[in-house]
Design a protein around this ligand. Structure first.
Ligand SMILES: [Zn+2]
Length: 472
């Protein structure tokens, strides 16, 4: 069955409904009616049973219904590195992530990306924002899982495979290859699957894009009316290269190349100065914060309190090696509060509601889609997650939002609907064969590491791979 064949008209009743609307209304014994892929009504169970007497009913007593999570920044294919670079020192970006992404085949990228969609669904996610490379080779495999997607090909004209050797060389032909793939991606995917799959324009990062490349990407964004995304100030190497090449900070470099605006989501901001933060806030740039991934080798350094105080819309992503948005919320909350504590009186800011907003309504705003997704309101697309509250880690319930942010995990995710279609119901994933996806991803990972070893002899293999017998 393809992802688009059938939508489920259903009346979900008896639930605690977290609407995430402008008033953050919570409806006890609430109901959500879904027809034709959209939310027809949200209200009390008795009222909606009266309005929709013929509709199939799903009894969600003891459960919570909330908007599906929006993962604002991820690289699904990089699950291929899970359990390796998290525990290694050195430059993971150009040392491992980039080389293996080039070494993989389309089939391998597709297998890992589908595993990512599976994990995301099991974690209650309904939208993934995926900037990566070679999207045309695996985007269809992601789309088939029923996931709502924003796909983008991470444009660059620096020869990224040379950077691990300390060489920054800009090459127009290399950049043209990206532009060709971007045009093909937009043709193939933008606004397809009834609008469930869209494209963004992505520049990989300021250090790997010359002014020419940034200009080309801007032209394409304007031509197709696409929002934009970029990694920003994520490593000391990036800061150094932009200073060397342009005598500016990465944020200043983007300003001078017309790459700041309220249509831009920039990821990380790790080494932004106070002046950079003001500049980005002034231009309305959204921040994709990936606190779990950014903190695996030590707490994330971004000046998160200042960014928050500057009024920046902070949204959350998982970045690499995981699709678990519960982890992003939980670790984000801890990191935000910790960073705030070091900058001024800390404690309990951000509130759990702010964190939940960052993965729902505010993430929709960052995509320019707040009229369509991010909250449960009549007329919006039916992207929702049903949590079983009768799990030991979620009881007792006094403040449900606090429980979800601090203690939520995939064990509570019972059903997930995207675009009005259940992709998981009663804990069974319906849009793919789970065993096949897991098996294919394992095989693809072993094959990809073998090829990396053959093609890039200077790259150290993680010790675990040898111990586990995956790589001989
Ligand atoms: Zn990233």
């Amino acid at each position: 069955m393809s992802a688009d064949e059938k939508q489920d008209d259903v009346l979900i009743t008896g639930a605690t409904v977290l609407t995430l609307d402008a008033d953050r209304q919570v409806i006890p014994n609430g109901a959500v009616a879904v027809t034709g892929g959209r939310i027809a009504a949200v209200g009390g169970s008795d009222e909606l049973r009266g309005r929709f007497p013929e509709m199939e009913t799903l009894d969600a007593s003891g459960k919570a219904v909330l908007p599906g999570f929006i993962n604002s920044h991820t690289h699904a294919v990089l699950l291929v590195l899970r359990g390796t670079v998290e525990d290694m020192s050195g430059d993971a970006i150009f040392g491992y992530m980039t080389p293996i992404s080039f070494a993989m085949t389309d089939g391998e990228r597709c297998a890992l990306a589908r595993l990512a969609c599976l994990e995301a669904i099991r974690c209650g996610t309904t939208t993934m924002v995926e900037p990566f490379r070679f999207i045309t080779g695996y985007g269809a495999g992601m789309a088939e899982t029923g996931m709502r997607l924003w796909l983008s090909e991470n444009g660059a004209d620096a020869l990224t495979l040379k950077i691990r050797h300390g060489i920054y060389e800009y090459d127009r032909a290399f950049g043209e290859e990206f532009l060709e793939r971007i045009r093909a991606m937009v043709d193939q995917f933008h606004d397809t699957h009834d609008g469930r799959v869209k494209c963004q324009m992505a520049a990989h990062a300021p250090d790997v894009c010359s002014p020419w490349m940034l200009g080309e990407l801007n032209d394409l964004a304007r031509k197709h009316n696409l929002t934009r995304t970029i990694h920003l100030a994520q490593s000391p190497g990036e800061i150094k290269q932009v200073r060397t090449a342009h005598d500016r900070t990465p944020a200043e470099y983007l300003r001078d190349n017309d790459w700041l605006g309220s249509d831009v989501v920039a990821a990380h901001w790790t080494f932004c100065t106070d002046a950079d933060i003001e500049l980005l806030a002034e231009h309305g740039v959204h921040m994709a914060h990936c606190p779990a991934n950014s903190s695996r080798r030590g707490p994330h350094l971004a000046r998160i309190g200042r960014i928050q105080d500057a009024g920046v819309n902070i949204v959350l992503g998982t970045d690499n090696m995981t699709e678990d948005m519960f982890q992003a919320m939980k670790i984000g909350c801890i990191i935000h509060r910790g960073r705030r504590g070091s900058e001024r009186e800390g404690g309990v800011d951000p509130a759990p509601q702010t964190v939940l907003d960052a993965v729902t309504r505010n993430a929709a705003r960052a995509l320019g889609e707040e009229a369509q997704i991010g909250s449960l309101e009549a007329g919006k697309k039916a992207d929702l997650t049903i949590l079983d509250l009768n799990q030991p880690n979620l009881r007792p319930v006094i403040n449900l939002v606090s429980n979800i942010v601090h203690y939520g995990s995939s064990n509570a995710v019972e059903s997930v609907m995207i675009d009005g279609r259940f992709v998981m119901r009663d804990r069974k994933v319906l849009s793919m064969n789970e065993d096949d996806v897991i098996g294919e991803a394992q095989e693809a990972t072993v094959a990809a590491w073998h090829r990396l070893k053959e093609t890039s002899g200077d790259i150290d293999l993680p010790a675990g791979l040898r111990k586990e017998g995956l790589i001989q």
